[in-house]
Design a protein around this ligand. Structure first.
Ligand SMILES: [Zn+2]
Length: 279
């Protein structure tokens, strides 16, 4: 899981104006004429959102007009291709290469960290919109909760401990079995540890990463063979360690790739020709 820089808020007011724009189509009037006071109240709620890092219970928007909220919510529809807010989607997607949650798929969809039903006021707020892949988005659904240990990691606001992912390996019957989970983060990070563990389970990340392992490792087959030919098991271990450093620079310390490579680099069976039977 990866931290992303929080998107710029420079366009908050103009985006809001586009979402609320009053228009008439086939005799039906849509939009909402918001007062200056209402616009400022929304900006203040955005500030509150930032201050509590997207914690739903930390904001109160019960004073806002129901039609105003409904219009903001439907304004999200304008972020799709051809819509007047499509620049939001383009800009957020352009800021990431892979899904910040799984690092498997491309981040092609926008997830409402706080669901647009229930938190309508944040439906087009850029810092509530996180580009993630279809599989993560689909599994997350509208999950939103104030139960502390079941809160999803917020890619823009949560500080993740550097090495938060661990993997257990076993080589048996010619196969490599992997089981990913949260690392022991110590008593000072107990809640974060529970949240990461919850997210791994909810999004079936261990299963999804495990499905990728053989495909990913097979791409290194020739390099593993060469390393073994040259320096035996030590050579394989050194190669895996070096590759882990590269992946770490690309995806971060706790991405499943470097975590896997490091675990394999200290697995004697794998390094000592075991790789030949599993790949
Ligand atoms: Zn994903």
């Amino acid at each position: 899981m990866d931290r992303l820089p929080a998107p710029s808020r420079d366009d908050d007011l103009s985006d809001l104006a586009i979402a609320l724009a009053v228009a008439e189509r086939k005799g039906v009037v849509s939009g909402y004429e918001a007062s200056e006071e209402e616009r400022q109240a929304i900006l203040q709620l955005y500030n509150d959102y930032d201050a509590c890092g997207g914690l739903g219970g930390g904001v109160d928007f019960s004073d806002l007009d129901g039609d105003l909220l409904k219009t903001i919510k439907s304004g999200f529809g304008k972020t799709y291709v051809g819509g007047a807010l499509n620049h939001i989607r383009d800009r957020l997607k352009a800021s990431v290469t892979r899904c910040p949650i799984c690092a498997i798929g491309a981040a092609k969809e926008l997830d409402h960290y706080l669901a647009k039903t229930g938190f309508e006021v944040f439906a087009i707020y850029v810092r509530n919109l996180v580009p993630i892949c279809h599989d993560c988005n689909n599994s997350k659904g509208t999950h939103g909760t104030d139960v502390p240990h079941e809160r999803f990691i917020h890619a823009y606001f949560d500080d993740l401990p550097d090495e938060h992912l661990a993997v257990e390996l076993s080589l048996n019957d010619g196969g490599l079995v992997t089981n990913f989970g949260v690392a022991d983060l110590g008593p000072e990070n107990a809640e974060m540890e529970q949240r990461i563990g919850f997210q791994i389970g909810r999004l079936k990340l261990s299963e999804r990463w495990s499905d990728e392992v053989i495909i990913y490792m097979s791409a290194h087959e020739t390099a593993l063979e060469d390393a073994f030919e040259a320096e035996g098991a030590d050579g394989v271990s050194a190669f895996l360690e070096k590759q882990a450093e590269k992946e770490e620079r690309r995806f971060g310390k706790s991405s499943w790739r470097p975590v896997l490579l490091r675990a394999l680099s200290i697995d004697e069976d794998f390094c000592d020709e075991g790789f030949r039977t599993v790949l």
